[in-house]
Each structure stands twice: as C-alpha cells, then as structure tokens.
Design a protein around this ligand. Structure first.
Ligand SMILES: [Cu+2]
Length: 137
C-alpha cells in the first residue's frame, strides 16, 4: 500500500510538472563575434520555452551554443533541421551545460524546437518550446 501511494504521488508530481507553464516572454538575442572569431550564445530550456527563443547570428561565422535545461525532471531536447544551411542536429539536454558548435552557411530563418511529448499531453513544441535561428549576412 505504501508502495502504491508513493507511485501515485510520483505520477501526480509528473502530471503537475507537465501542466505547469510559467514561461518568460520570448527573448531575442543578437550574437556578437568574439575576438577568436566565434559567436557565443547561451540558452536555457525550460517548461516550456527556450530562452532566448530568437537567436540572430551571422552567416559563415562559427557559433558555439551553450545550452542547459532548468531543474526538474521533464526531459527536453533541441532539434534544428536546416541541412540547406549546414545546421542539422538533435541534442538531448541536461542540467549540465552542453556546447553545440555549428556554422550556418546560408542566410534565412530556421525553426528549432523540442520534439518531446508526454503521453496524451500536448507536445512541448505546442506548449511553446520552439524558436527561430535567424542567419543574417
Ligand atoms: Cu521539451
């Protein structure tokens, strides 16, 4: 019985976490080029947002994206599929910051998102976990 109660409370906790939606307003970040030639972007993924959600980088300049997820047990990832610009990755996120390096070779706006979905709930993307990489000349 005790075992059942702890399972029930874990389920309730997970459902509660899945329902909680306290996302900040979508922020826009324009990267600058560091002395070593890299554009560095720091991003946080949370329930259910990317912060910043709009990232502006220069074309043909390497980008080092440092990304982590906020505390909590909900798994998140970041997926961007823009092979036409040589930006194409899927990375599962952790609370430890991870570095993702890429260089966009074609100007344009490229969507990124978290592709996770919990049971019958709306997908993380539908809940707001998406953004745009703007690649400019
Ligand atoms: Cu997610």
């Amino acid at each position: 019985m005790k075992h059942l109660l702890s399972i029930v409370s874990i389920v309730l906790f997970v459902v509660g976490a899945a329902l909680a939606e306290d996302k900040p307003a979508q922020k826009r970040f324009v990267a600058s080029i560091d002395k070593d030639g890299y554009q560095r972007v720091e991003m946080t993924a949370g329930e259910y947002y990317f912060d910043p959600a709009v990232v502006v980088v220069k074309v043909n300049v390497p980008v080092e994206l440092t990304i982590k997820k906020t505390g909590g047990i909900t798994p998140h990832n970041i997926v961007i599929k823009a092979p036409e610009a040589d930006v194409d990755f899927k990375v599962d996120l952790s609370s430890e910051p991870q570095k993702i390096s890429f260089m966009a070779t074609k100007a344009g706006s490229y969507a990124f998102e978290c592709t996770n979905k919990f049971l019958f709930f709306k997908s993380h993307k539908e809940r707001g976990m998406h953004g745009v990489l703007e690649v400019v000349e």
